[in-house]
Design a protein around this ligand. Structure first.
Ligand SMILES: [Zn+2]
Ligand SMILES: [Zn+2]
Length: 413
């Protein structure tokens, strides 16, 4: 593909940029050079009492792929799912981190003596594991994420309690607490001040997540800077031995495999602490599978055109002027597909943009206004890339390929 000639063609289109970054402002942080009166803040400040993540310039860190909601046979409803197989599938599918989130009520809260002490559940050079559980209550389910083991019995003791009690324990344990499938049959019945993220894409079946999008947008519009994340909630396996080990749920690996969807975090380092920190900060995007392109949204804080505001960041706009946004497709070597981008501003569609074969970024401009609380997030529809282990698993995800986290403007601390 001749990139310069593509640039010439695309330059006549107002909103389109090319796969070559030659004409793009670089993503360098303008360290030491005050090019803008505006201020960029890092994520999750809307949650009182939670620590504020340290800034991470948009061109730093590494993108890591993971699944944040997977069950093994320590959950009684995943009895045909040994840990060794889960770890093997996660690695085979190219994941960098994994949170096994077994139901805590299936082991009386004793994760330490079950999931966490399984000999196969430990981080190595290929895969980072998080410590957590699916906190399973009559008022909803939530996942806990921690880089190190913690006292889960303290969480188990407050199941079905008041949100204020739960919040106290979550904070005392330093957990990332995340509402699961908030609009499913086990809908979230606690307050949203207690969680730092919400499962906005659960399982490979995209269309079941429409109400979760509405809840997410609703919560963000109340002033919360809430991370959206994915999780397959995959329960059943044995794809390699199918059909020799028949089980009523053996269909699952064909449509709801580990990594469908994949949550990407921009981590400071390749370690579990950095994965949790990125979730706290909202440096997160989601794709249908680990091999599918991921959307990365950035904005420019100043008139110099440098895209220095990342997902999860808050741009404090001190002047009324247009702001440029860049939507980039990453995790893609040869871009040969058509995609449709939707820009969502404050919960409503602002515009739609097309991505053409050969194109890996697009720019749009909007004027959010000084002193006006506004957020932007983007979604991308098209055909995603199948998983190696489970080629049919991308089909229920259609047409969604990737959804970004928000860039915030003028959110309050
Ligand atoms: Zn659940
Ligand atoms: Zn689950």
């Amino acid at each position: 593909m001749n990139v310069p000639s593509l640039c010439a063609v695309f330059s006549i289109l107002l909103l389109v940029a090319c796969s070559s970054d030659d004409n793009e402002p670089s993503n360098r942080q303008s360290a030491g050079v005050d090019t803008s009166p505006n201020e960029v803040q890092t994520g999750s400040r809307a949650f009182g009492g939670f620590p504020v993540p340290e800034p991470l310039p948009v061109d730093e860190g590494i993108w890591l792929a993971g699944d944040l909601h997977v069950h093994t046979n320590y959950s009684t409803d995943a009895s045909n799912r040994p840990m060794a197989e889960v770890i093997s599938i996660a690695k085979n599918n190219g994941l960098n981190f994994l949170a096994v989130s077994d139901h805590d009520n299936h082991v009386d809260g004793d994760l330490a003596g079950n999931t966490w002490s399984d000999p196969g559940y430990k981080s190595d050079d290929e895969l980072l594991v998080l410590y957590g559980a699916e906190w399973t209550t009559g008022k909803g389910h939530a996942n806990t994420f921690s880089a190190t083991p913690y006292d889960h019995q303290a969480m188990y003791a407050v199941r079905d309690g008041l949100s204020s009690e739960v919040e106290r324990v979550v904070k005392s344990l330093g957990l990332h607490f995340s509402a699961n499938h908030p609009a499913s049959g086990d809908a979230w019945g606690y307050g949203y001040d207690v969680v730092r993220s919400i499962e906005v894409w659960q399982s490979s079946v995209w269309f079941l997540n429409m109400n979760a999008q509405t809840i997410w947008d609703d919560q963000i519009r109340t002033g919360r800077r809430m991370t959206g994340r994915g999780g397959s909630d995959s329960h059943h396996g044995y794809i390699r031995s199918f059909p020799t080990r028949i089980d009523p749920n053996n269909f699952q690996p064909f449509v709801n495999a580990i990594g469908t969807p994949t949550t990407w975090v921009r981590a400071r380092n390749r370690d579990a602490e950095s994965v949790v920190e990125a979730l706290n900060a909202g440096r997160v995007t989601i794709s249908a599978t680990p091999q599918s392109p991921r959307l990365v949204l950035t904005a420019s804080s100043g008139a110099d055109g440098v895209f220095d505001v990342g997902m999860g960041d808050n741009l404090v706009l001190k002047e009324d002027r247009p702001v440029r946004f860049k939507i980039a497709l990453e995790n893609i070597e040869i871009q040969s597909s058509f995609y449709r981008i939707e820009v969502i501003r404050d919960g409503s569609a602002l515009t739609t943009l097309n991505i053409l074969p050969g194109q890996t970024s697009v720019i749009f401009t909007d004027q959010p206004g000084a002193n006006t609380m506004t957020y932007y997030r983007v979604t991308m529809q098209g055909v995603s890339t199948p998983l190696l282990d489970s080629p049919g698993s991308f089909i229920p995800s259609l047409p969604m390929v990737s959804i970004s986290n928000p860039v915030y403007v003028n959110y309050k601390d």
